[in-house]
Design a protein around this ligand. Structure first.
Ligand code: SF4
Ligand code: MG
Length: 329
């Protein structure tokens, strides 16, 4: 498989008042392969949106790097190169209400990117492209001259998708694109995104706060907790054999349709509140809520390691070196 994106030790820290630093994203590393969907999941405030926004350069990274087809995204680049990245990497936002300018018609919203990147030779070509995009996302040409407020939430998200597609991107970051929508509409938007991926060979980073939301669409899933990715694996494997205690707890909270299985399952209740990301616990950040926490968890950061092929985890329980050391002592 070919890598499209390589994220290495990515950091995004914010200064939040005197001597206080919010480490929203702290040393996050993962790859995204061409044509796949990587789901990124975690509670609100865990840094998943910040990860997406930093990758796409809406935020300047504090450290680490991002390579897109081997090219450094964050290094000093000419305007022309930046423009090319801007075209190839697009974002779909959570709130289709807030992300569409209410004073612009749908046509003008979609035309913006087309014009910036010079993708239409003339008015006729531009309009053809806009009509085609509207049809692609399940709207029609009559919608082109209307304003965002005339549409439902699901339709607005379709407009957001059309706007992202207008510049022919290769990679799309979808930041909680269905969280604000009615449950009945969520599946429609997910299905549309999957269809577009197939037709256009798109690669997605799909951000959500709930593991059940990304299950259907993701090839692989990463789980974030307090600015770190704690586990990443192929979807089937992650849902069936989660290794990290946090992932195990999240999964245990999702009801299973089979009542017999549901009855026999044990729900893992996490003790305590989510700690402040401004002063996260030492060592493993999850230790204050982890049912398996050991002494070493307070003093040592767990390594990000490949516990099984393609299955990454950061937890001392799977660190064989550490466990042998402990036995010898
Ligand atoms: Fe729990 Fe320790 Fe693993 Fe952290 S490193 S998840 S505290 S067992
Ligand atoms: Mg968010």
């Amino acid at each position: 498989r070919e890598k499209l994106l390589e994220v290495k030790n990515l950091k995004k820290h914010f200064n939040v008042g005197k001597n206080a630093v919010l480490k929203a994203v702290d040393n996050v590393s993962f790859d995204i392969y061409k044509g796949e969907t990587l789901g990124l999941v975690g509670e609100s405030g865990c840094g998943k949106s910040t990860t997406g926004r930093t990758i796409i350069r809406l935020y300047e990274a504090t450290g680490g790097n991002v390579a897109f087809e081997g090219e450094d995204v964050h290094g000093k680049k000419s305007r022309k190169e930046l423009k090319s990245f801007n075209r190839r990497m697009q974002m779909i936002f959570q709130d289709p209400y807030a992300s569409l300018n209410p004073r612009m018609t749908i046509k003008d919203i979609i035309a913006e990117g087309i014009d910036i990147h010079g993708l239409a030779k003339n008015d006729k070509e531009r309009m053809e492209r806009i009509y085609e995009l509207l049809e692609t996302v399940g709207l029609n040409r009559a919608h082109a001259s209307r304003y965002p407020h005339e549409f439902s939430g699901g339709q607005r998200q379709r407009i957001g998708i059309a706007r992202a597609l207008a510049v022919d991107p290769e990679f799309i970051i979808a930041d909680e694109p269905i969280s604000a929508l009615d449950v009945s509409i969520q599946a429609q938007v997910v299905n549309l995104l999957m269809k577009l991926q197939k037709e256009r060979g798109l690669t997605y980073l799909f951000i959500a706060h709930d593991l059940s939301m990304v299950k259907h669409i993701s090839d692989r899933v990463g789980v974030m907790y307090l600015g770190n990715i704690v586990e990443l694996a192929a979807s089937d494997e992650l849902y069936e054999e989660p290794l990290h205690p946090y992932t195990q707890a999240l999964l245990s909270a999702i009801p299973v349709p089979d009542p017999e299985v549901e009855r026999s399952r044990e729900r893992i209740i996490l003790e305590g509140d989510l700690p402040s990301p401004i002063s996260p616990p030492s060592g493993c950040r999850f230790r204050t809520r982890c049912p398996h926490a050991m002494d070493v968890c307070a003093s040592k950061d767990p390594k990000w390691m490949e516990a099984r092929e393609g299955h990454w985890v950061a937890c001392h329980l799977y660190d064989n070196e550490l466990n042998t050391e402990n036995k010898q002592q």
